[in-house]
Design a protein around this ligand. Sequence first.
Ligand code: PEP
Ligand code: MG
Length: 312
Amino acid sequence: ARQAALASSEGPGRTADGHLVPLLANIGSPAELGDAVNARAEGIGLYRTEFLFLGRTEAPSAEEQRRAYRGALDAFPGGKVVVRTLDVGADKPLAFLPGPAEPNPALGERGLRRTRRFPAVMDAQLGALAAVMAEGLQVMAPMVATAEEAGWFAEECRSRGLRDVGVMIEIPSAALRAGQVLAQVDFVSIGTNDLAQYAFAADRQVAAVRELHDPWHPALLDLVAMVASAASEAGKPCGICGESAADPALACVLVGLGATTLSMGAAALPFVRAALAAHPLEQCGRAAAAARAQATAGEARAAARAHLPGLG
Ligand code: PEP
Ligand code: MG
C-alpha cells in the first residue's frame, strides 16, 4: 500500500475529477522545512511559531524572526506559507510569557488571549512578518472565540500592511458564528485538535478522555460542515490544519464537507494525496454525508470508508 501511495503521489493535491485541494505541511521549526519540501507539500499550512520563544526569557530579535519567516517563504516560492502567531499556554507553556496560575489552563488565558495582553510581543511578531511580506504570506491567530477578536487581530495585521489575514477556528463559539468571523478576515483554518477538545470538553492532554474527542465523531464533522458552508457562502478559503487532515479517509471526508486546503505533518502527505486522487469530489461528499448520518465515531468511519473503495 505504501508503494502504491507513493507511486500515485505526483503533482498537486486533487480529487479524481480534478478538483484542486492544495496539500500543505504543518511545521514547528525551520528544521522541518526540508521534510515538507521533500514530501512535495504545496506550501506551509500551519507554521507553529512557538519554537522562536522556547526556552527563553527574552523575546527573539526582530532579525531572528524575519530570518525564520523568510526561510519558509524561500522554501516555497510561489506557494502559500501560513504563519500562526504565538500560541502560548495550556499544552504549549512557555517560560517567556508566563501566565497566571489557572485551575483549567486550556480554558484560560492562552493563544491570542495572552498575546493580546502583551502588545510588544504581538507588535514585534507582526512587524517581522510585515517586513518579509511576500505574495504567498498568510498570517493567522490561534484561539479566537469571537468575531470581535478576529476583527481586532485583522486590524492589527492590516495596519502594518499585512494583506492576507485569517484566524483559526478551534473554539466552538467561533464555528457556530463562522459567518461573522469570516466577515472580519480573508480566510479561516480549522484546528480540529482544539476544536475537538472544546466540543467534547475533553482535555487533549488527558489520556483518560482521549476516546471522547475522536475526530471522526459526527459532532465534530457537523462543526466542520458549518464552518465550510459559511466560508463557501463568503467566498473565502477554509483550510483544515488539525491532525484529522492526516488520516486519508478523513481527509476525503473533510474535502467532501467543503474544506479547500488540507495541512498535515509531512509524512502523511503522499497518502492523503493518493486517497484524494482515487475519489471524485462527489464521492467525497457522499462519504461525508454518510459519516454525518451516524451516531458514533466508529460508525462514521465505517460508513465513510464504504463510500471510499479506493482506500483498499
Ligand atoms: C489544532 O488545534 O488543531 C491545531 C492545528 O493547533 P495546535 O495543535 O498547535 O493547537
Ligand atoms: Mg490549536
